[in-house]
Design a binder for this molecule. Structure first.
Ligand code: GCU
Length: 688
């Protein structure tokens, strides 16, 4: 016994000495307190009929994690379902993806993890480990899990040169130069982290796709990555450039109705599957932001998508065709995806799914959901979220995004009456669909801590967890993430969880409250530039296109007297948005041009309310600093210091946002900033 205790003490020490740099993410497997650890003595691991690579992974991961957490060795045994055993078993008849159950056996019980395939067992294993990590009671389990979406995919906006579009955590994880010869150990770590949260697909390259990615040279590189991902249940997908037949294949055209072009894609699909036998499919950005597409040849999105779908069909590949389209000349960018795609509903091949950003403009801190959800009823749709914080302060600011994702997924479209949420309209429960999927634009890079900000890891984590089950609460997810990533200590968990839960709204408040959008600085999208006006630039890339500030008021009139974007929503939502009285205040300026002296629900004028919102955002960031400073004794110094520094930057930047927006909008409102609001510390001219 003393020996065991000694080993355990040594092990915990070794683990504590292991530098905490964020690289271990939520898979740290910290030693459990002695009183909990003793429950695990004498446990035996039994893995039946799982003789695959995945089976080996399960055995290794589980044994190592178990030992790290309990200090006890887990013996693999042939013994079938004995007392105290933890059994991983294939059960072909299981309707759920996996179950974890406590089952009786002579003189005691055992834990049974079952799935119809080894990937389900892998998920089951991570689930059980999560329960242990978060110190949940595992003495009487009856867990049945099935994911809401079949395909849970990360989109990497990674380029061939190693840069990442909108990436804030270093360079790309994929070393294209060194592949296929040299394999970074991080590919395995990446796959493992994803598997632990149920992610099962990865689009390796940027939607602004270089045609080279589907050249033989690059397919061979991607195949090496796929080989590593495979046992972790992760399928590789690629973004393709619509002009590839011309640019890569040397054809005179890329017209989707041209027989030679169609044949080129068929041959390409054949080649891809000969190199990547379980290739997932294509992600396509077409006729958007200058990228080529079928409309260049007078064809429709359906013509383009269907051509690719037919090429992939023999191999069970899919096409994720993006609906992110907007013209420079459109009077309301928020309407365009609906206008272009609704007429095509029902015209897409069965292995096409339309990938739609959560909001109709572009991943703003707050947008209503894109009205295509619920409206396109004869075509499968998938939600695309942005995990990387292009519009929420990069990896410099703390913004826990589960509340944003959930806000969209739980929005009621009313497509088939009350309760037709975006989640239900896309997971096959309202509209039967052969493919169900969800995507998140990844925030990973080659930074040691993967995501730049330690707390940005929680966005990768919560995306995976919500892709599996959108009904989980933001709070539950934050709770488990904090415990696994930092500590189970309630004095740490509780305030930090509150900080996370408040963080997205804080960003909305100091950047774009009350439904404002796109006040960002040109190109980099970090700081404020509501005044931006570049002669000759695309009007829909200028903030004034969105805020429409003038002497009368602020906001974009999208009601029936304006752009009529409200008409794209089902009643009663349409009417709720259309009326200034019933429009939710957090979307007021998205749908209405509101007079400066309009009385808000709390009696404040719009101007005063706007000022208070900006102030509330700044106040929150100061509270975050306060909360964090009290946590120093619970965690390692390195992560504490790094987060502390970033919170300081966040407060500074929140003040800049507040001053810039209020001083600029004040030039229209011509009203004083209320007394209760901190005086500006910057001058408008200086900020400009
Ligand atoms: C945003 C982003 C671009 C990206 C685009 C897309 O506009 O700023 O960098 O390419 O979205 O989603 O395609």
């Amino acid at each position: 016994m003393r020996n065991i205790l000694f080993v355990f003490a040594f092990l915990s020490l070794a683990i504590h000495l292991f530098a905490e740099d964020g690289s271990r993410l939520w898979l740290r497997y910290e030693p459990l307190p002695e009183n909990i650890a003793t429950h695990y003595s004498g446990k035996i691991l039994y893995i039946s009929s799982v003789n695959s690579e995945t089976g080996k992974i399960i055995e290794k991961e589980f044994k190592e994690a178990f030992q790290a957490m309990t200090g006890k060795n887990l013996h693999s045994a042939k013994m079938d379902r004995g007392k105290n055993s933890i059994c991983f078993e294939i059960n072909k008849k299981l309707p759920e993806k996996y179950t974890i159950q406590t089952k009786p056996v002579k003189n005691g019980n055992y834990i049974s993890i079952e799935s119809a395939d080894d990937k389900g067992l892998l998920y089951g294993m991570f689930h059980l480990l999560r329960l242990m990590q978060t110190q949940e009671d595992i003495s009487n389990l009856n867990i049945r899990e099935t994911p809401s979406y079949n395909r849970r995919i990360l989109n990497h906006w990674d380029n061939i040169d190693g840069s990442i579009e909108r990436g804030y955590a270093g360079a790309s994880l994929w070393d294209w130069n060194d592949l296929p010869g040299t394999i970074s150990p991080r590919y395995t770590e990446y796959a493992r982290a994803n598997a632990s949260i149920g992610i099962n697909g990865s689009v390796l390259n940027n939607v602004n796709a270089n045609p080279k990615f589907i050249s033989k040279e690059y397919l061979l590189k991607a195949a090496e990555i796929a080989k590593i991902f495979r046992p972790w249940g992760i399928q590789v997908y690629l973004s393709v450039n619509f002009s590839s037949p011309a640019e890569l294949g040397g054809l005179p055209t890329s017209d989707p109705l041209d027989p030679a072009v169609r044949q080129w894609w068929k041959d390409k699909a054949k080649e891809i599957y000969s190199i990547l036998p379980d290739f997932g499919g294509f992600l396509v950005k077409a006729n958007s932001e200058g990228l080529p597409g079928p409309q260049d040849f007078g064809r429709t999105h359906a013509d383009g998508a269907n051509m690719l779908a037919e090429a992939l069909e023999p191999y069970n590949g899919i096409v994720m065709w993006r609906a992110f389209v907007y013209n420079a000349t459109s009077p309301d960018r928020a309407k365009q995806a609906y206008e272009e795609f609704m007429p095509l509903d029902g015209q897409f091949h069965k292995n096409v799914i339309i990938q739609v950003k959560n909001g109709p403009v572009d991943f703003q801190p707050r947008e209503p959901f894109t009205p295509l959800f619920g409206a396109m009823q004869k075509t499968p749709l998938m939600v695309e979220f942005q995990i990387t914080q292009e519009y929420l302060g990069f990896s410099k600011q703390l913004a826990y995004l589960a509340p944003l994702y959930k806000e969209c997924l739980q929005s009621d479209t009313y497509a088939k009456g009350k309760g037709s949420t975006v989640a239900k309209c896309t997971d096959g429960s309202i509209f039967p669909q052969a493919i169900t999927a969800i995507a998140g634009v990844a925030n990973t890079g080659n930074d040691t801590n993967w995501t730049g900000h330690h707390f940005a890891q929680s966005n990768w984590y919560c995306f995976g967890r919500l892709a599996w089950n959108p009904d989980l609460t933001s709070e539950q997810i934050a709770n488990e993430w904090i415990k696994m990533t930092f500590t189970n200590e309630p004095a740490f968990v509780e305030p930090v969880r509150q900080m996370m839960l408040d963080s997205r709204e804080a960003v909305v408040n100091y950047m774009m409250p009350l439904g404002l959008a796109h006040l960002f600085a040109w190109e980099h999208h970090y700081g404020p530039q509501p005044w931006l006006a570049i002669p000759g630039a695309r009007p829909d890339w200028m903030p004034s296109y969105y805020h429409k500030a003038d002497a009368e008021g602020l906001g974009f009139n999208r009601t029936t007297t304006g752009s009529n974007a409200v008409s794209q929503y089902f009643p009663p939502l349409r009417d709720r948005y259309n009326s200034i009285e019933t429009c939710p205040e957090n979307l007021l300026l998205w749908f209405h041009h509101v007079p400066w002296n309009y009385r808000m629900q709390d009696g404040n004028t719009l101007w005063d309310e706007l000022c208070y919102k900006y102030q509330a955002g700044v106040t929150s960031t100061r509270q975050f600093q306060n909360i964090w400073d009290k946590t120093a004794s619970y965690i390692d110094k390195k992560r504490f210091d790094e987060v502390q520094y970033k919170l300081k930057v966040q407060t500074r930047d929140a003040i800049k946002w507040k001053d810039a927006c209020l001083l600029y909008f004040q030039t229209f409102s011509r009203q004083a900033i209320p007394d209760a609001v901190e005086r500006p510390v910057y001058d408008l001219e200086e900020l400009k």
